[in-house]
Design a protein around this ligand. Structure first.
Ligand SMILES: Cc1ncc(COP(=O)(O)O)c(C=O)c1O
Length: 442
């Protein structure tokens, strides 16, 4: 056997793990090697109740047979075909299904392989569209503090999580940020949407005054900011953003990578909040995470403006080798069938009040300083240990895993986003384990 194919003993060394303290993890690894429904299983066979649906992505639960079969069948029939200048039926079929699910006239769909790529694609479409309709000075992009839009240069430029930006140079130019909406002094322990803070959308007026509307292409926000620790939009906030964008002819992009596919009890956050964006980014739940995929949905008028040039020309110089990958499309179609046939979005809506009551029962648990929730997502914020920000939540995370529960933590916030198939008893189990852990840790 040639040297480079020599089997090596299984070692943790070579793999540089993403968003992970590698040295700490490798000194004390936590592994899973199987999953089913609401559970992961460790290599020793210990079940771990997954309160994060993977990474906010297996909305229909783990390893659903219908999705597995669709992928297997497609792999045997057509494992890959480019969609540059060539077509395969599933890409068109799946784009139609996504367009059907999207609200209003979000009728056209561009496929990517991840949320980060969807965000960068959406920003590029916004810029190209402004230029195509003769408004080429509209180049500025407006994001929001504490926003997470993936890890591409576009996404971290409009994003607002400091650590994700500070190591990576000057980022995109011409970007500005709205303030975040977190206001614990007025809104702590709110159930659902906070009462206070709609006026924070008016900061967009200030930004428009500063740069002039003729220079601004688009505003991008997550309808609910997820990765920063679950910030639910104040009542009226998104409506106000929409109105200001309309007034100044600015595109509104909703990054629905987390809020899409039933997380809030509707297909998309746009529908849940009754606000129509011009562009939507999505990923994760689009294929139940069984095959990587992202997508961008655009309104009819944007697509049509881009189709207005010379007939033979490529309208958008953008795309990925794996755009519309056949396995992802097969997984996506089976995922959508699962969501529909099992009524999972309705199920999430139905369970939301039970979930809300359960998570808010932790209000008096040790260290808890705020609880936020909407749909099947919640953030439980702990007081940080003096001089050791994030350590308390990290310890809670490890203690939960030891007790058979997977949660997600960012800073000192525990985020819960279970699959939409969760049973009420499992909601009780999550909350019971969390209470126990919070009592025990210092
Ligand atoms: C709102 C939002 N946008 C973009 C992304 C990036 O997605 P991906 O990790 O698939 O690149 C995420 C991931 O969590 C997200 O939550």
């Amino acid at each position: 056997m040639p040297q480079h194919f020599t089997p090596v003993p299984n070692s943790l060394e070579a793999y540089w793990m993403p968003f992970t303290p590698n040295r700490r993890f490798k000194a004390n690894p936590r592994m899973v090697d199987r999953a089913e429904g609401m559970h992961y299983f460790t290599p020793e066979g210990r079940p771990i109740l997954d309160a994060t649906s993977g990474l906010w992505c297996v909305n229909a639960g783990h390893n659903r047979p219908r999705i597995i079969e669709a992928i297997q069948k497609q792999a045997a029939q057509l494992g890959y075909a480019t969609t540059f200048n060539l077509g395969h039926p599933l890409a068109f079929e799946f784009a139609s299904r996504v367009a059907d699910l999207l609200p209003g006239d979000l009728d056209h769909v561009f496929f990517t392989n991840s949320g980060s790529e969807a965000v960068d694609t959406a920003l590029k479409i916004a810029l190209a569209y402004q230029r195509a309709r003769g408004k080429g000075t509209k180049t500025r992009l407006i994001g929001r503090e504490r926003g997470y839009h993936g890890v591409g240069f576009g996404g971290i430029s409009v994003g607002g999580i400091v650590k994700n930006r500070m190591y990576f140079g000057s980022l995109l130019t011409g970007v500005d940020h709205l303030p975040h909406t977190h206001d614990p002094a007025r809104n702590a322990f709110t159930r659902g949407q906070p009462e206070h803070g709609a006026e924070l959308a008016d900061e967009l007026e200030r930004i428009v005054t500063l740069h002039d509307a003729s220079n601004i292409a688009a505003v991008i926000v997550e309808p609910v900011a997820g990765s920063t620790g679950v910030l639910v939009p104040p009542k009226g906030y998104l409506q106000r953003l929409r109105a200001i964008c309309d007034k100044h002819d600015i595109l509104l992009i909703f990054d629905e990578v987390i809020t899409g596919f039933g997380r809030l009890g509707s297909a998309f956050g746009a529908e849940h909040f009754g606000v129509q964006p011009d562009i939507v980014t999505m990923a994760k739940g689009i294929t139940n995470a069984a095959v990587p995929m992202g997508a961008v949905g655009v309104r009819k008028g944007i697509y049509e403006a881009m189709m207005d040039g010379a007939d033979a020309a490529i309208e958008l110089f953008h795309g990925y080798t794996y755009s519309g990958h056949p396995l992802a499309c097969a997984a996506g179609l089976a995922t959508f069938d699962t969501y529909r046939d099992e009524g999972l979005f309705e199920r999430a809506a139905h369970l939301a009040p039970t979930f809300e009551a359960a998570v808010h029962s932790l209000r008096d648990a040790s260290h808890v300083i705020d609880i936020r929730n909407i749909g099947l997502v919640a953030g439980i914020e702990l007081a940080p240990r003096p001089g050791e920000a994030g350590e308390r939540a990290q310890e809670a995370f490890r203690a939960c895993f030891d007790r058979g529960l997977l949660v997600r933590v960012t800073a000192d916030i525990i985020a819960l986003s279970p699959s939409l198939i969760i049973e009420e008893g499992q909601i009780d189990e999550i909350v019971g384990t969390l209470r126990e852990v919070l009592t025990q840790i210092a």
